[in-house]
Design a protein around this ligand. Structure first.
Ligand code: PLP
Length: 357
C-alpha cells in the first residue's frame, strides 16, 4: 500500500475541451504544467486542438518545442540565451525599455510580444508611450537583422479578486492601450491578457484579443468560488490507505508534540499512509478526508502519516481520499488552504506513486 497521485486522462482531456469551448486558448504549462506533467499536458492539449503554449522557463519552452514542432510557444519571462530562443522559434516577452535598448542586436529574428506592466508591476513597458517608443524605434531601425514584433500582452493581477475594483481598473487601462495602438494603425499577430478568472468573468476572449492565456481551469480547478462546479472537472485523485485503526481515550495526546488531544473515550483514529512528506499541506490537514464516500476530520499530520478520526464503518486498507472531483482542490482554496496551484505544486511525485490512467 502506497499513497497514489493519479490522473484520469479522458477526464483531463474532456475538461480541457469544455474550457476551450471553441475559443482560442493559449495553454499555460509553466511549472511542469501545474505539476500535472509537461509532456502529458501538452500532448493532451494538442489532441484537442490547442497549439499555443506559454511558460516562464526556457528549459520548458524547449521541451515543448520537442513535443510540439509546429506549436507557437510564448516565453513569459525574458531570458538572455538568445540563440536558444531563436533556434527553437520561441516567442518571448519584451519586458522593459531598458531590455529593448540593451539587447536590440541580440534580439534579431526573435518574435517578441510587447508587455504592458499595468497593476501587477512584475514586468513590462510602463505606459502606452513606452510601447509606442519601441514600435517607432523599431520601425525606424534600418538594420535588416532585427527582432519581429509579433504580439502585445499583459497579465491581470486582480482578475481573481471580487471585493476590490482593481480588476476593472487594470482591464480598462489595458483596453485603452490596445485601442490606442490599434487606432494608431499598429497591428499585432497576437494579443493576449486573460487568465482563467478573467476568461470566465468575461465569458469570452476580450475584443481584438487573439487568445485567452489560461492555466488553472485547464487543470481542473475553479479560479473563483462563485463559478459553478459543473463548469470545471478535476481529473486528479490523491489518496492514501488506512494502515490500521487505533482507539484512544479522553485526554490522550496523539501525534508529535501533543498534535491532537482526544476529547472522548474510545475515539477511533485511522492511521493513514500519507503525510506532509508526500505534499499534503499543513493547512489542508485542518479539513476532512473522504473514506468510503463519507467525510472524516483529519486530526494530525506527520511526515508520512496522518490521523483521521473515524467511526466503526472504517477499516484497515480502506482508501483515504485527500483530493478527487468530490473533494476538490478548489474547495480548499476557497477555505483558505492555499492557492489551487500551491496545493498542486506541493505534491511529492517522488514519494507518491504517479499514475496516468
Ligand atoms: C503571466 C501569466 N499568464 C497566465 C497565467 C494563468 O493563470 P491561471 O492559472 O489563473 O489561469 C499565469 C499564472 O500564474 C501567469 O503568470
Amino acid at each position: 500500500m502506497t499513497a497514489i497521485w493519479s490522473v484520469e486522462t479522458a477526464e483531463f482531456k474532456k475538461n480541457a475541451e469544455n474550457v476551450v469551448d471553441n475559443n482560442n486558448i493559449m495553454a499555460v504549462v509553466k511549472n511542469n504544467a501545474y505539476h500535472y506533467g509537461l509532456n502529458f499536458a501538452v500532448e493532451q492539449f494538442l489532441k484537442i486542438g490547442i497549439n499555443t503554449f506559454s511558460t516562464t522557463s526556457l528549459k520548458e519552452a524547449i521541451r515543448i518545442r520537442q513535443i510540439a514542432p509546429e506549436a507557437t510557444i510564448f516565453l513569459m519571462n525574458a531570458v538572455y540565451d538568445f540563440d536558444a530562443v531563436r533556434d527553437n522559434e520561441i516567442h518571448m516577452t519584451l519586458p522593459s525599455l531598458q531590455y529593448y535598448y540593451d539587447y536590440i542586436d541580440d534580439l534579431h529574428d526573435i518574435h517578441v510580444h510587447l508587455e504592458f506592466e499595468n497593476l501587477l508591476h512584475r514586468s513590462g513597458l510602463k505606459t502606452v508611450d513606452e510601447i509606442k517608443e519601441v514600435l517607432q524605434h523599431h520601425a525606424q531601425n534600418k538594420n535588416t537583422l532585427k527582432m519581429h514584433i509579433s504580439g502585445l500582452w499583459t497579465h491581470f493581477g486582480y482578475a481573481d479578486e471580487f471585493e476590490v475594483p482593481d480588476y476593472d481598473i487594470e482591464k480598462a487601462a489595458w483596453l485603452e492601450v490596445v485601442d490606442t495602438l490599434l487606432q494608431d494603425g499598429y497591428q499585432f499577430d497576437m494579443i493576449h491578457a486573460q487568465n482563467s478568472a478573467s476568461y470566465y468573468r468575461e465569458g469570452y476572449v476580450l475584443p481584438h484579443h487573439t487568445h485567452a492565456r489560461v492555466g488553472i481551469a485547464l487543470y481542473g480547478s475553479r479560479p473563483y468560488s462563485t463559478l459553478d462546479e459543473s463548469m470545471i472537472t478535476q481529473s486528479l485523485t490523491v489518496k492514501g490507505n488506512v494502515i490500521q485503526i487505533r482507539e484512544v481515550q479522553n485526554g490522550d495526546y496523539c501525534g508529535y508534540s501533543f498534535a491532537y488531544e482526544a476529547t472522548k473515550n474510545n475515539t477511533k483514529l485511522a492511521v493513514v499512509d500519507v503525510g506532509y512528506g508526500d505534499g499534503i499541506l499543513k493547512s489542508r490537514a485542518k479539513h476532512d478526508a473522504l473514506i468510503n464516500g463519507k467525510r472524516y476530520p483529519i486530526r494530525a499530520l506527520m511526515m508520512s502519516h496522518m490521523f483521521v478520526e473515524v467511526d466503526s464503518e472504517v477499516h484497515a486498507q480502506d482508501e483515504v481520499i485527500l483530493y478527487n472531483n468530490d473533494i476538490r482542490v478548489d474547495e480548499f482554496t476557497f477555505k483558505g488552504v492555499g492557492a489551487n496551484s500551491e496545493q498542486l505544486s506541493a505534491m511529492n511525485h517522488d514519494s507518491l506513486i504517479k499514475e496516468y490512467r
